[in-house]
Design a protein around this ligand. Structure first.
Ligand SMILES: Cc1cc2nc3c(=O)[nH]c(=O)nc-3n(C[C@H](O)[C@H](O)[C@H](O)COP(=O)(O)O)c2cc1C
Length: 363
């Protein structure tokens, strides 16, 4: 086992930060994730608790200002969802400014700009992380948006475009000088996509140079990785993405340990309840069973990691033809799991006892 992460002598883990007069406490932020952090997923995370701020998935500024139904739906927030940030992306300063004004009118506490998306579709139009290669355009966007809104403005970026251009400290500095009030940095470059070797030095450098809050992001999965990000960068807060799909309790668990409280134990029954609840809210949110099922399958791929016999569960969910099929598969799995645990479960044997005593029985 790795040695526990310790902070340098005298250093303390921050528990909150402020964006102007908005207190983000705990300083744990749910990352924006396209196709994941819609209203249903954000509700799931908020119900569990432990986050100080939620962020919508990114929304195309052009679509939002044109009033496209899909974009308006993506920008929906609950009346009691505060503080919340709505994230927009795009390359045209005027459209970005108009979209930001809509974000403000929708009641968001923060407008967040995406300077980090690595997708070819977004970068091809110079949006997302392509802006890291075009500091002048990035500056024009920030200036136009800042002039258009009164609410706090934040920016999320990667550490750079590729290994030769890890320029986030310069871009973040420009943002601060133009009135941006917090910066989130994912340690990967655009070229890394979702791989690469952990390198958080540019986050640390940015934190050193800026006076506004800097939030660290990338591969935070638990208390140990959370503490490592604080220790290695001195950031004011953390943002968690995929770790929250795998384990929606991650915020609650990290927060408890940051406060020196015992880590909440999550029982299989609680996992069943949350997953079935989530499926039901997908059914209510999506217009078609097909849409709901697609989303459920995506989330389940992450959520089931770490469960005994997870691949069997995943396969049955993936084969489900309807929402009801998927809910039945989940219920059956957790029923079997409870019986298996009662038998003193070990993954050397099958999940379900086979009366003939032969091969493991599928769900
Ligand atoms: C499915 C998925 C969708 C994402 N969509 C967005 C997005 O809309 N806006 C954004 O700024 N970042 C997006 N990201 C990046 C995440 O916000 C985050 O920076 C990245 O996943 C690294 O953090 P993590 O290791 O905690 O997941 C997305 C990531 C994933 C996995």
């Amino acid at each position: 086992m790795d040695a526990p992460v310790t902070l340098p002598p005298g250093a303390e883990v921050p528990l909150a930060y402020s964006v102007r007069n908005l207190r983000i406490e705990p300083n744990l932020v749910l990352a924006p994730m396209e196709g994941v952090t819609d209203l249903t997923f954000r509700r799931l995370i908020r119900k569990i608790g432990g986050t100080g701020l939620t962020v919508t998935e990114f929304i195309a500024s052009e679509g939002l200002r044109r009033g496209a139904d899909k974009m308006e739906e993506m920008a929906r927030i609950d009346d009691d969802e505060h503080p919340v940030a709505i994230q927009i992306f795009g390359r045209n300063p005027t459209s970005m400014a108009e979209a930001a004004k809509i974000v403000e009118d929708l009641g968001a506490d923060i407008c967040d700009l995406n300077f980090g998306c690595p997708s070819k579709k977004v970068c091809a139009h110079s949006g997302g992380s392509a802006l890291l290669k075009d500091p002048e355009l990035a500056e024009q966007i920030v200036r136009a948006v800042r002039a258009a809104i009164r609410i706090p403005l934040t920016v999320k970026m990667r550490s750079g475009f590729d290994a030769t251009q890890r320029n986030c400290p310069d871009i973040a500095w420009m943002c601060q000088e133009e009135g941006v009030e917090a910066i989130t940095i994912h340690w990967r470059t655009r070229a890394d996509l979702y791989s690469g070797t952990r390198a958080v030095d540019k986050i640390a450098e940015t934190k050193q140079r800026l006076s506004i809050p800097v939030i660290g992001n990338g591969d935070i999965l638990d208390f140990e990785s959370a503490m490592a990000m604080f220790r290695d960068t001195g950031v004011d807060g953390l943002m968690i993405g995929r770790g929250a799909i795998k384990n929606p309790w991650v915020f609650q668990q990290v927060r408890a340990q940051m406060l020196g409280e015992p880590m909440p134990e999550i029982t299989p029954e609680e996992k069943r309840r949350v997953l079935v609840d989530y499926y039901e809210s997908c059914r209510a949110w999506f217009r078609t069973d097909r849409g709901a099922l697609g989303r459920m399958k995506k989330i389940s791929n992450y959520f089931t990691h770490g469960l005994p016999y997870a691949s069997e569960l995943r396969t049955t969910i993936l084969r489900s033809q309807t929402v009801d099929d998927a809910i039945s598969a989940v219920n059956l799995y957790f029923d079997h799991l409870a019986e298996w645990q009662a038998r003193g479960g070990t993954t050397r044997g099958p999940l379900v006892e086979d009366p003939s005593g032969s091969a493991p029985v599928a769900l």
